[in-house]
Structure formats: structure tokens, C-alpha cells
Design a protein around this ligand. Structure first.
Ligand code: COI
Length: 372
């Protein structure tokens, strides 16, 4: 089948709110709980392709109870952020990467793809219209949630012939409550997040709900998140809300930054990619090896026992760079030395490099794009 790719930002219609909401002070922002005055919507049909984009006051969606998103999880989303720079300009961080990933997610579940640059233009307009909601200050931003759902009203399992792309925006601070507070993970192998040939590498809503029950179990033992393992070997994959990175001492006296490879079971994080690129560019190869390679929880445990585990952190759009201070595994904790209530040296350096680019203080490969 062919997909009409005619998403056209120049057709945008804007209907402004007549009842603007009050803006919360930064210290009252809770991740994803409050939203801006407006939202963006674009309908798609198999006959006409993408329709006219509309920005209108934030509102409830109405749909037939048989709508396919409600039954078969035809849903995917993105997480991206808009930042306020020191000149009060609003910036997006690598939005092209989100568009690329969103299209891959859409293709995976037979939803329509679109021209990502056109959606970025529309997101720019939403962000500019609601720019008073973009908080100021390091660690604060406007979290954007582009979402695509199948809206065919039918219980037949098949290709949706109706879809809705919408974008909502939520002013946020740190995802885990307090900026840079280390998180404790429980290495989990009694449940599996993703498997080769599955869909764990795509940003589908269906990947998230099944992770909540294991998260509750981990929480009952004092851990905030699961570190998802795979296979009898115990491969370390990711955290679900972020990709996982480890720093090891190696026998040649160097340090190795390690994260799992994109083998189909790992979400292709934009922050993950940015960290790898920044490290390859800025860290001296005399001192550092940057690895995307398979590694197991046994290797992490062994390295920790030999004093060769130096740091661990998670990276994601919502989580930014979050230090990890311990990992529970089969009833015992693997302590991350640099944790100890603080963050390791590389963790801090990376958080700062990323912050400088996101908030427009330093430019790097045009990653920070002013909304216009
Ligand atoms: C993000 O980092 O944007 C995510 O999507 C993670 C989570 C909040 C679902």
C-alpha cells in the first residue's frame, strides 16, 4: 500500500485559547502533570493523507469505544524538550532525531509516516505560541509529547485507515523528583522488556505498561527502576525510561565507557546517541575506549568486586543524565563507587556538556535549533 506523505505545515490553522491557564513556579512542576494552553492535531486518512494541521486550546479527545488504539495499542510517542536560553529564545534539541525515530515507530505498527521537517515547523509554532510556559533555569524545560494513534473504529485487526497525530506540552523539572539525585536500579530477569525481533527498539506505548508491575516489585525492595536484563547470560539492556551507561577500568590502564549496542532490544535514545558522539569527539582515545558492546550483569558484578566499576548513569530525554548509585541483583547490591549520594566525574561532565548545548550556551553540530 502507498502512504500519502503530504503533511504540510503551511496549512496550519491556529485557534487561540480565551482562558489562559496560570503558570506554576518551577518548584511546583511535576513531570507530565500540567499542560500548556494549546495542542497540535493533524488527522490522517488513507484516502486523503495528512489533513490540515490545527493548533487549538488543550482539550479532551473523543472517540468511538471500538477505536483501534484502545484495543490493539496502535500508539507511539516521542519525548523531546524545548529549552529557554539566556536570551529567552526557545530551543529544541536534535528534533530531527525524534522525527526519524517517530517515523520508524510508525512504520513498525502500520501507522502513516510523515515529513519530519514539516512536523518540526508545526512543533515550533506550538512552542512559540505557548512560550510563556517554557520554564527558565537549568534542569527545567517544556517536555513535548508528539503522539500518533490509530483511530479506525473497528475491532478487526488490520491496517488503520484513520490516524491522529497530536502534540501536547508539559512544563517540567527533573523526572526523578530532584535534579541529579542518584537512582537505585534492580537488575531484573524475572520479566523481559524486549527481545530480538520484537518491538522494544521502537517508542510504542505498548512497551511501557508491561514494565510497571516489575517496577512496583522493584520499588517494594527499595529500587526506583528496573535494569532490564536479557537471556540466560544476563545481558544488560536498558532501564525503560533511560539507556544505561557504565564506566570500567581496563587492564591497559584506560577507562571504558560501555553501553549496550542497538541490537533491536534497546530504545534508540537521542541522549544516548549524543553522549556517544560527544565522548568520541571530546574524550582522548589515549585514556578512553567508547564501546557499544554486549555486556552482562555478571561482568558488572565482577568488575565491581575487583574495584573496576567506576561510574554508572542513565541517559534519556526525561531523565537527562541521572547517576546510578547501586544495582540490586539477586538479593545483593552492587555498589557504584562514584555514586555515594553524588555523581561520578564523567557523569557530571556529560550532564554539563549536554546542558550547555540544550540551553544554547554552546553550539555543537547544530544540535540546538531555535524555534522560529
Ligand atoms: C523520555 O525520556 O522522553 C521518555 O519517553 C521516557 C519516559 C518518560 C517514558
Amino acid at each position: 500500500f502507498t502512504r500519502n506523505m503530504s503533511l504540510d505545515a503551511s496549512k496550519l490553522e491556529i485557534i487561540k485559547t480565551t482562558t489562559p491557564k496560570a503558570k506554576l513556579p518551577n518548584d511546583q512542576l511535576v513531570f507530565g502533570k500540567t499542560f500548556t494552553d494549546h495542542m497540535l492535531e493533524i488527522e490522517w486518512t488513507s484516502e486523503k493523507g495528512w489533513g490540515k494541521p490545527v493548533i487549538s486550546p488543550y482539550h479532551n479527545l473523543s472517540m468511538d469505544p471500538s477505536t483501534c488504539v484502545l484495543h490493539y495499542a496502535f500508539e507511539l510517542f516521542e519525548g523531546m524538550k524545548a529549552y529557554r536560553d539566556s536570551e529567552d529564545k526557545i530551543r529544541l534539541f536534535r528534533p530531527d532525531k525524534n522525527m526519524e525515530r517517530m517515523n520508524k515507530s510508525a512504520a513498525r505498527i502500520a501507522l502513516p509516516t510523515f515529513d519530519g521537517e514539516e512536523l518540526i515547523k508545526l512543533i515550533d509554532q506550538l512552542v512559540l505560541l505557548d512560550q510563556d510556559f517554557v520554564p527558565k533555569g537549568a534542569g527545567y524545560s517544556l517536555y513535548l509529547r508528539p503522539t500518533l494513534i490509530g483511530t479506525t473504529a473497528s475491532l478487526g485487526v488490520g491496517i488503520p485507515d484513520r490516524a491522529l497525530l497530536f502534540v501536547i506540552a508539559s512544563p517540567v523539572g527533573s523526572y526523578y523528583g530532584k535534579t541529579f539525585k542518584p537512582v537505585a536500579l534492580e537488575a531484573t530477569d524475572y520479566a523481559v522488556r524486549a527481545w530480538p525481533g520484537g518491538s522494544g527498539n521502537r517508542k510504542l506505548g505498548a512497551n511501557y505498561a508491561p514494565c510497571v508491575q516489575p517496577q512496583i516489585e522493584a520499588a517494594s525492595r527499595g529500587y526506583q527502576q528496573n535494569l532490564w536484563l536479557f537471556g540466560k547470560e544476563g545481558y544488560v539492556t536498558e532501564v525503560g525510561t533511560m539507556n544505561a551507561f557504565f564506566v570500567f577500568k581496563t587492564s591497559d590502564g584506560k577507562k571504558e565507557l560501555v553501553t549496550a549496542p542497538l541490537d533491536g532490544t534497546i530504545l534508540e535514545g537521542v541522549t544516548r546517541d549524543s553522549i556517544l558522539e560527544l565522548c568520541r569527539e571530546r574524550l582522548s582515545s589515549d585514556e578512553w575506549t567508547i564501546s557499544e558492546r554486549p555486556f552482562t550483569i555478571h561482568e558488572v558484578q565482577e568488575k565491581a568486586e575487583k574495584g573496576e566499576l567506576i561510574e554508572a548513569f542513565g541517559a534519556g530525554t526525561a531523565a537527562v543524565v541521572s547517576p546510578i548509585d547501586r544495582i540490586g541483583w539477586r538479593g545483593k547490591d552492587i555498589a557504584v563507587p562514584a555514586g555515594n549520594g553524588d555523581a561520578g566525574e564523567l557523569t557530571k561532565t556529560l550532564a554539563e556538556w549536554i546542558r550547555q548545548i540544550q540551553y544554547g550556551e554552546k553550539q555543537f553540530k547544530n544540535w540546538s535549533r531555535e524555534a522560529k
